[in-house]
Design a protein around this ligand. Structure first.
Ligand SMILES: C[S@@+](CC[C@H](N)C(=O)[O-])C[C@H]1O[C@@H](n2cnc3c(N)ncnc32)[C@H](O)[C@@H]1O
Ligand code: SF4
Length: 330
């Protein structure tokens, strides 16, 4: 059959048929562990930070490249905990692996880590989007969650992020914290809206195993209340909808043009490569995850072969795909 497409049309078609590729980097450092958090993270010791950079360099070199990626996401842990010098080095390592700068490059920061020099290193290194872990703007809830920052620090951090000129800024908030009432949650939402972020992630507190909060739950010191959680969800839909934020995933709301492309790519079961300890990948028909820590290896974390979850399975029939589909089926 004669191909009737022009070369430009053919290029467009190939682009449409190629699954988007995201690059995730797990930065496993936090200064303390929050009561609720089960993400893999350690308090950096000795030369951990320098060693982490070397490990990332090695991991990147193992992947045939250069890579064409649409989005980059650095999560954690707290990537923003690295000193500005290390952030600049890490940006250069990742950028050096890419054919071109990605359309979106997100970095998670805790408010207590936000400084002008860190922000400048990230912005100059190619980062376009900052996700700030505010969690709450109420002192007693910040305390209950075991957060290190105050309300004032969160507000100041947001100001600094805005002043640094990133294209998109997200705030993470948590609701249904033991002791929190719906009126207090609405006050948090209104305070966040008043800051005019581009994106809001509102997470219902989950009691993850191996967290201090889970221990409190099992000791009966805190309780779950499904009715209350439902009321918090409803208050979130109403308040953020009225403020012009469109919900595009169970926990995520954005102003027009600011939905997180990296996460949409993941929830759409496209392709991503995960780097850093515990980084998971879905690529080339396979799903696998790097170990977080490996006793007995020279490396304190992230060493050893990846754990394979097996063949990816045809989307959307694969079980993982169906679960993820529910998150974005609104
Ligand atoms: C991987 S954390 C990293 C953010 C950064 N380290 C910080 O805490 O500011 C990403 C977000 O997940 C959310 N999160 C983590 N554990 C959670 C839990 N158990 N329940 C609800 N939200 C959670 C928090 O809102 C947090 O900001
Ligand atoms: S929520 Fe963020 S700062 Fe707290 S322990 Fe988890 S990754 Fe670290």
């Amino acid at each position: 059959m004669v191909n009737s497409l022009t070369s430009a049309e053919q290029a467009e078609q190939e682009k449409a048929e190629t699954p988007a590729l995201g690059l995730y980097l797990h930065v496993p450092f936090c200064s303390t562990t929050c009561e609720f958090c089960a993400f893999f993270q350690v308090r950096p010791e000795g030369d951990d930070l320098a060693r982490f950079l070397r490990d990332v360099e090695t991991e990147l070199a193992l992947v045939p490249g250069p890579l064409v990626v649409q989005t980059v996401f650095w999560g954690g842990g707290t990537p923003g905990l690295l000193p500005a010098k290390h952030l600049a080095e890490l940006c250069a390592l990742v950028r050096g692996k890419l054919v071109a700068d990605p359309a979106e490059w997100s970095v998670e920061m805790a408010p207590g880590t936000v400084t002008r020099d860190r922000l400048a290193a990230l912005r100059d290194g190619g980062v376009t989007r900052i996700s700030l872990g505010v969690q709450s703007l109420q002192p007693e809830l910040l305390e209950a969650l075991g957060r290190r920052h105050s309300r004032e620090q969160a507000l100041r951090a947001y100001e600094l992020v805005r002043a640094a000129g990133f294209a998109s800024v997200n705030l993470d908030l948590i609701f249904a914290v033991p002791g929190q009432e719906a009126a207090g949650w609405i006050r948090d939402l209104e305070a966040a809206i008043a800051l005019a972020p581009d994106h809001l992630s509102t997470y219902c507190l989950t009691f993850e195993e191996d967290t201090a909060l889970f221990v409190k739950l099992s000791q009966g010191k805190v309780t779950l209340d499904a009715e209350k959680e439902a009321a918090f969800y409803e208050a979130t839909w109403d308040t953020l909808g009225a403020a012009g934020f469109a919900q595009y995933e169970i926990s995520n709301y954005a102003r027009p043009g600011h939905a997180c492309r990296h996460n949409l790519n993941t929830w759409g079961m496209q392709e991503w490569l995960g780097f850093g300890p515990s980084g998971a990948s879905q690529h080339g028909g396979w799903r696998y995850q790097k170990p977080a820590q490996s006793a007995g290896l020279a490396c304190r974390f992230g060493g050893g072969p990846p754990r394979h979850f097996g063949a990816r399975g045809a989307h959307p029939g694969a079980a993982g795909g169906r679960c993820v589909d529910l998150r974005i089926a609104l």
